[in-house]
Write a protein that binds this ligand. Structure first.
Ligand code: NI
Length: 172
């Protein structure tokens, strides 16, 4: 497995729509393995393919992981939301492509998602709680949307300014 380079805001690939995966083959599985390894290495709970420069609709996540164990890795290929709750919830989100920053984002409380698993088999999952939030965040990446794009213009500018400030301080 390999650690991949994670693209950061404002890389243009992060704002492009990803294509459907045509076939779940060995190449796709190798990329998913590398994405998971990269996500663990960066202490993330989710990572979508566009974040490593691949415009394909796939993502990995592990919302049960802590610093001592690998938790429960999950793989989603061509995921689609087929149902969402009326209710919404606000939670604090961060993103490996917007390093060191976080903000409150509104998401659907529950979603039902249809997807292909690691072996290319069609699956459905009813997600709620933290999993529902992480899945909506990662699926947004497949449509070229970052969580900061869901903030008010004022809040978005604040996060971007802080990111730029952190980068300047790091490069001194
Ligand atoms: Ni993200």
């Amino acid at each position: 497995m390999a650690i991949l380079k994670v693209l950061e805001y404002p890389h243009p690939i992060l704002h492009q729509k990803a294509e459907k995966v045509a076939e779940v083959n060995a190449e796709v599985r190798r990329l998913l393995d590398d994405m998971l390894e990269t996500m663990y290495d960066d202490d993330g709970v989710g990572l979508a393919a566009p974040q490593v420069g691949v415009l394909q609709r796939m993502l990995v996540l592990d919302y049960e992981r802590d610093e001592h164990s690998k938790g429960n890795p999950m793989y989603f290929i061509n995921p689609e939301i087929i149902w969402r709750s009326d209710e919404k919830v606000c939670g604090t989100e961060g993103c490996l492509s917007v390093p060191g920053q976080s903000a409150e984002v509104e998401r659907f409380t529950q979603i039902r998602v249809r997807y292909l698993d690691y072996h290319g088999k069609e699956q459905e999952i009813l997600a709620d709680g933290f999993l529902a939030i992480v899945l909506q965040h990662e699926m947004d990446h497949l449509d070229g949307i970052l969580y900061i794009d869901r903030l008010s213009r004022l809040k978005r500018n604040m996060v971007v300014k802080k990111l730029e400030k952190d980068r300047r301080e790091k490069s001194v």
